[in-house]
Design a protein around this ligand. Structure first.
Ligand SMILES: Nc1nc2c(ncn2[C@@H]2O[C@H](COP(=O)(O)OP(=O)(O)OP(=O)(O)O)[C@@H](O)[C@H]2O)c(=O)[nH]1
Length: 238
């Protein structure tokens, strides 16, 4: 049986499947490192180092590859802020920059770039550099509202084919100084890469008085909208 996309040296023991249907082989092939040779096997390439984004996609049953985009986010953010760009546009532009960077390397199939921006008090808040800054930020944000804007952009070839910005609005409770100090001491190692200094699925939920919006958007990925698009275009079965 000849196949156009299976690697020529595929071990013969895997060639016993029916003509054309290899889906049950995918986990085996991926385990052997064949994914890159078979772009058909992956639903998309995630241009992100975010563990939670990869986890959410894999938990939803998607076959993904992850590639770090390595764009200079701070430079892009600074240039956009200098033009008074809105937080939504900053998140979208950063997500597109990441998707484009990886897509332009010739990555086959769909490439997903993401970015999350925290808007508080009219400002765009970046990730905290250390636990002291995180404690200071939480002291500022308690008993007040903030928004999380999670942008996603998909490239196919050299063009963007889909984009979405999910928005969640959160109200932090008026936590005590003592609690915030203990919270940071307990959680800093886990939350250091999360903008806002919390993970909603962990103890960060105890910082909140109210969460309005999509849970996945808070975690950093407008997952439901993404899956709807992939299903609509036939990448995922209807
Ligand atoms: N687990 C978890 N992660 C969160 C939460 N809120 C924000 N984040 C993560 O905080 C990070 C925001 O920074 P980004 O610049 O968007 O992404 P990144 O992690 O730096 O990864 P890149 O896409 O490679 O830039 C993302 O990874 C979000 O998924 C949360 O509630 N839970």
């Amino acid at each position: 049986m000849e196949s156009s996309f299976l690697p020529w040296d595929l071990p013969s023991r895997w060639m016993g499947c029916d003509e054309g249907d290899y889906s049950h082989l995918f986990p085996l092939l991926r385990a052997q490192g064949y994914a890159q040779a078979c772009p058909h096997m992956t639903h998309l390439t995630l241009a992100s180092t975010s563990q939670i984004r990869a986890e959410l996609l894999r938990n939803a049953g998607l076959e993904i590859e992850t590639v770090a985009a390595r764009v200079d986010e701070e430079a892009i953010k600074a240039a956009l802020l200098a033009e008074d760009a809105k937080p939504r546009d900053i998140a979208d532009a950063l997500a597109e920059a990441k998707a484009r960077k990886v897509a332009m390397k010739g990555t086959a199939g769909l490439v997903l770039g993401c970015d999350q921006v925290l808007e508080f008090d009219g400002r765009v808040i970046s990730k905290c550099a250390n636990s002291g800054d995180a404690l200071e930020l939480l002291r500022e944000m308690r008993d007040k509202r903030h928004s999380l804007l999670s942008a996603a952009v998909i490239y196919e070839g050299d063009k963007p084919v889909w984009r979405h910005v999910g928005v969640a609005r959160l109200m932090m409770r008026d936590a005590s100084d003592a609690y915030l100090e203990d919270y940071i001491a307990r959680n800093w190692e886990s939350i250091r890469h999360s903008v806002g200094g919390y993970k909603l699925e962990e103890e960060g939920v105890r910082l909140m008085a109210r969460v309005d919006g999509d849970y996945f958007t808070v975690l950093g990925l407008p997952l439901v909208e993404l899956l709807s698009y992939l299903t609509l275009r036939g990448t995922l079965p209807k």
